[in-house]
Design a protein around this ligand. Sequence first.
Ligand code: FES
Length: 111
Amino acid sequence: MNAICSLDDVPDGGGLEAAPSVLVLRRGGEAWAYRNVCPHFSIPLNYEPDAFWTYEGGLLMCAHHSAMFRFEDGVCVDGPCLGASLRRIPIRIENGVVLVAEDVLTSDARR
Ligand code: FES
């Protein structure tokens, strides 16, 4: 496993692109990671580096057409790709550090 950030690097209720195309979302002591690729048009969810729009510590909004995704499972609950999901990346949190498998950092983000 490889360290990509500390939990404290991720804003509580927000997101951080902790590695290329690896988006980490955090709520308190919980975190989830997804490919930073919107299932609507297969483009990044943000316009600017690390500018992720979130609501009430539980929903991530794509900057392009406002699809809304739940932090905990990446499912789109509103917007043009309703029912589609972000691609989950398994993580482990140890001593406040977010870890991912090595192949996550070397594989093509769009596959
Ligand atoms: S590209 Fe994300 S909602 Fe259209």
